[in-house]
Design a protein around this ligand. Structure first.
Ligand code: HEM
Length: 398
């Protein structure tokens, strides 16, 4: 069993980031109904929220699990190297939050220079990812060749590849090329490889590492469980673009990517269920959300009139995946056999968030939309924060 005890404070800071970022998500919903201070803009709240969630809530716990998988509890020196790297990443993640909240991507006058501070800090976070990757790959040799380690190797590769999209956007700004498609494609390449590659493979790696002894169940070549997801994650970004922007070739590539993801994820689900290791309400919810993800992505392969890049559907899908599948797995993995009631409340509240977002997905019949839906969405947005704060405080006191 992976022992993450040496990284306890990293996990606590990461959980604190979740709470801060989730409060900013609530603030966004509040601002849709009531007035916010004039300096606070919706786009900036969204940037602050999503970057803190991505940098500190998704990255840090997955990296902790990866580091713990190769350091075990043996090498103090190696643990120190990893913790220094992760503290630095968390610090930069926290720093990005007020900068995005106040300035967004805009430049700020500092003396004679105009600097896009939030973008600069985000660049430093990505350099920090490379620092982690260097530590991981250079100490990876001694670790056992398990299925979860293959998932972690693939996940980290996806993280590095995704970052190329983000650098591409920065470099592109300084060229004379006027192509909204290229700029948008690079941004969405980053976001999609990050979520579908890094986050999904990293979380599956965490899940598989907890049922390592059942690996004998895997009667197929293990590569089928993660390689198609890695390649697929790099092909599906056109679905996040405006439908009219993309060429038939891009659409075919995106659909092929989705087929790869759907097939490989289905194999994972089948073997996870067959292992009979993921029991209880929380793990069953994780599997249910994974099946829901597969179903939604299968719909996008079929010739039906659904476009995943449309705002409402995109927000629904991202929260089902990241607040649902990813976050519930993190709570259950970092707190096994503790805080059971709070974790059940968290999971229940996530389902309420998902149901509330279905109402504003743009695909829900108007006559079935709950009256005062934006008020209820605002109230429901607070719910996951309450058990998460309870778990954070109980962890601090432990
Ligand atoms: C209680 C928890 C959460 C609340 C209340 C919340 C709320 C929100 C809100 C209000 C938005 C803006 C929606 C819009 O533009 O219409 C948003 C966007 C976003 N959230 Fe969350 N969120 C939560 C959890 C998470 C988590 C856990 C993640 C990722 C780990 C996440 C990632 C994102 C991303 C990436 C966007 C930008 C979506 C886009 O514009 O494409 N959120 N969230």
């Amino acid at each position: 069993m992976t022992n993450t005890a040496s990284f306890k404070q990293i996990w606590q800071l990461s959980l604190f980031s979740f709470i801060v970022a989730a409060i900013s998500g609530f603030l966004y919903r509040y601002g849709m109904l009531y007035s916010l201070p004039e300096w606070l803009h919706f786009a900036n709240i969204r940037h602050a929220h999503s970057h803190l969630m991505f940098f500190n809530w998704i990255c840090a716990p997955i990296m902790v699990w990866m580091a713990a998988s190769i350091t075990g509890c043996t090498s103090e020196k190696l643990i120190r190297k990893f913790t220094t790297c992760l503290y630095s990443m968390l610090f930069l993640g926290f720093l990005s939050f007020p900068l995005f909240l106040v300035y967004g991507y805009h430049s700020v006058a500092i003396g004679p220079a105009n600097l896009p501070l939030a973008a600069i800090v985000s660049g430093l976070v990505m350099l920090n990812w490379y620092w982690f990757a260097r530590l991981y790959y250079s100490n990876r040799k001694g670790a056992p060749s398990t299925l979860s380690m293959s998932f972690f190797d693939g996940a980290l590769l996806a993280l590095i590849i995704s970052s190329l999209g983000a650098w591409g956007v920065s470099v592109f700004q300084f060229t004379n090329v006027d192509s909204p498609l290229t700029a948008s494609a690079m941004t969405h390449f980053f976001l999609t490889v990050f979520t579908e590659g890094w986050a999904v493979l990293g979380i599956l790696g965490i899940i598989w590492s907890q049922i390592q002894d059942k690996e004998s169940l895997i009667t197929i070549t293990p590569g089928w469980l993660w390689i198609p997801i890695l390649f697929g994650s790099m092909m599906v970004f056109p679905f996040s673009l405006t439908q009219t922007m993309i060429t038939p070739l891009m659409l075919s590539a995106a659909k092929t990517g989705l087929v790869l993801i759907v097939l490989s994820l289905s194999l994972n689900v089948w073997l996870l269920i067959k292992s009979k290791e993921l029991n209880g309400f929380l793990w069953k919810s994780v599997i249910a959300l994974l099946i829901l993800k597969i179903l939604l992505q299968s719909l996008a392969i079929l010739p039906v009139d659904i476009w995943p890049g449309e705002h409402g559907l995109r927000v629904l899908y991202l929260h089902m995946l990241l607040l649902g599948f990813v976050s519930i797995t993190l709570f259950e993995s970092f707190h096994p056999s503790r805080n059971w009631f709070a974790k059940v409340l968290f999971t229940t509240s996530v389902f309420l968030v998902v149901i509330s977002l279905i109402n504003i997905s743009g695909y829900w019949p108007a006559r079935f939309i709950i009256p005062n839906i934006y008020f209820w969405i605002m109230i429901i947005a607070i719910l996951p924060i309450i058990p998460a704060t309870h778990i954070w405080i109980s962890d601090l006191l432990n």
